[in-house]
Design a protein around this ligand. Sequence first.
Ligand code: ADP
Ligand code: MG
Length: 331
Amino acid sequence: EDTVARIAAGEVVERPASAVKELVENSLDAGASSIDVTVEAGGTDLVRVADDGHGMTEADLRAAVRQHTTSKISGLDDLESGVATLGFRGEALHTIGSVSRLTIQSRPQDGDGAGTELVYEGSTVESVSPTGCPAGTTVEVADLFYNTPARRKFLKTTATEFAHVNRVVTRYALANPEVAVSLTHDGREVFSTTGQGDLQAAVLAVYGREVASAMIPVDADGDELPPGPLESVAGLVSHPETNRASREYLATYVNDRAVTSDALREGVMGAYGTQLGGDRYPFVVLFHEVPGDAVDVNVHPRKREVRFDDDDAVRRQVDSAVESALLEHGL
Ligand code: ADP
Ligand code: MG
């Protein structure tokens, strides 16, 4: 592939965390009940995502790395709800593979016989061979940007790159408590959820006992909310006195997609009022349901930032939902 294509790839895959996001999404799409994410050097040396999803045959594998190939139907719903599909349909593996050394091992759940290993480097299939592997899929992305030195130079310290990876994996783990998600960095397990719990259990696994025990449930819909586009606001927010949090810990979702939004953030912060000192933030895991046509996604696909037609109303709705929850706890 030529330089222009590689530069374009660098725009889509900005950093290791972008690859992690795409791979974890693929694992979820494959119906995995367990997803193990392993990274080395913040993901710059290695990103490995192993799942027990439906797996791929040799033919599926060959197709998976081709450009513009997807086994997924992207209906109008997807496009209209906007937040649903970000990035490029059927492009992720191909794109990641054009700027890394990509190895995929896969074995279908329902098939018998061996699995297949495909090695892809700089947009070329280097080898395809039978291999012994568990049912499911393991994707390894090594030496990201090895062939785009300019992009590689943009990478930050290992700590910063890992912080981005951690945030991505955390958001998926919290949004999918029924999936066992683990994250390991340089041989050390950072967290692992059981896949058998609820949101509270996932928060415990990810953030630890102190935070989990300080969480207050939020659950408002219908008449409980002031007028506005949000149909429901539900999740967990932390007691105002438990706040060693920064903005990173505001995990907000719209129609089950992790997003950032000024209106959602301001709504939450408004509910706490002056109870949080200085530039402190609560721990927040909040899910919002909204009709697709009330959200504007066009903001950058990578950043997952959304705006609402009526940001003011959304702000009031979130403020009210969180404030009611805090009030119920005498706060
Ligand atoms: P998309 O997810 O938009 O279809 P990708 O490039 O991310 O595009 O993946 C291409 C195809 O490879 C998918 O449509 C899917 O069929 C297959 N695939 C990728 N990852 C997995 C996985 N972890 N398990 C099973 N199939 C996968
Ligand atoms: Mg994908």
